[in-house]
Write a protein of this length. Structure first.
Length: 235
């Protein structure tokens, strides 16, 4: 990847945490930023060099870096990806800072329009792995990977669902690299394979399931982790 002005004077950077993702995802409308800045057009690639605290956009046909941002603001980030509103959601690990945060960045103004941190800030800290996902109900699902901790927050930062993975294998790393929420429609074929229904398949080991959260009966279904383990063993 060429880009000495964008990557701290380096002609090329190698990073084993490089994450690539197209700016156009199935089921999403073309992001508004694409209409205002061609560099954010569908088909280009969002990348993350976490060791350089840099995210950016690559032109797929040419491989040219069209936009980059992050040094002095980000700290060992993961999973930058574009939202339907044209902003980027980023898990900012804070590896050297000592606390993590999830931010929503407007790539046109380069301003942070939303941020989640804990109180005190050090209570939410994943120095590596982890990620976040904006949900259809406008809440954000967060994976604090090194603690196997998944939780959902409202735009105001209130935690409405909280879960720590209880499935620990002796000798294995007790963490979760990433978490994604899937709709009942998406997981229905998987559940059918196990003889269950999407309506009955829900996450079963949450610490709390409050009104409006993922555990509420608002049409947001989840797979029973025990069933997933059984299916994987069967396969």
């Amino acid at each position: 990847v060429q880009g000495p002005d964008l990557l701290g004077g380096k002609d090329a950077v190698e990073d084993h945490h490089l994450v690539q993702g197209a700016l156009e995802e199935p089921g999403l409308a073309v992001a508004p930023a694409a209409g205002q800045a061609p560099r954010f057009k569908p088909g280009n690639i969002v990348f993350s060099y976490r060791s350089c605290d840099v995210i950016g956009v690559i032109d797929r046909p040419s491989g040219e870096i069209l936009w980059a941002w992050g040094p002095g603001v980000l700290d060992g980030q993961h999973k930058p990806h574009m939202l339907p509103n044209g902003n980027l959601l980023i898990f900012d690990n804070g590896t050297l800072r000592g606390y993590s945060r999830v931010i929503e960045l407007n790539p046109l103004t380069e301003e942070i329009e939303w941020e989640y941190t804990a109180e005190p800030k050090e209570d939410f800290f994943a120095p590596h792995i982890s990620g976040a996902q904006r949900l259809p109900n406008v809440n954000t699902l967060i994976c604090e990977g090194n603690k196997s901790h998944l939780f959902e927050v409202t735009p105001a930062g209130e935690i409405v669902w909280d879960f720590v993975n209880p499935y620990v294998i002796e000798g294995a790393a007790d963490n979760i690299y990433r978490c994604l929420r899937y709709s009942p429609e998406h997981v229905r074929p998987l559940l059918a394979h196990s003889g269950q229904s999407a309506a009955g398949g829900r996450l079963v080991c949450s610490r709390a399931a409050r009104p409006g959260g993922l555990g509420a009966a608002a049409g947001l279904g989840f797979v029973d982790w025990g069933s997933v383990h059984k299916m994987c063993a069967a396969w």
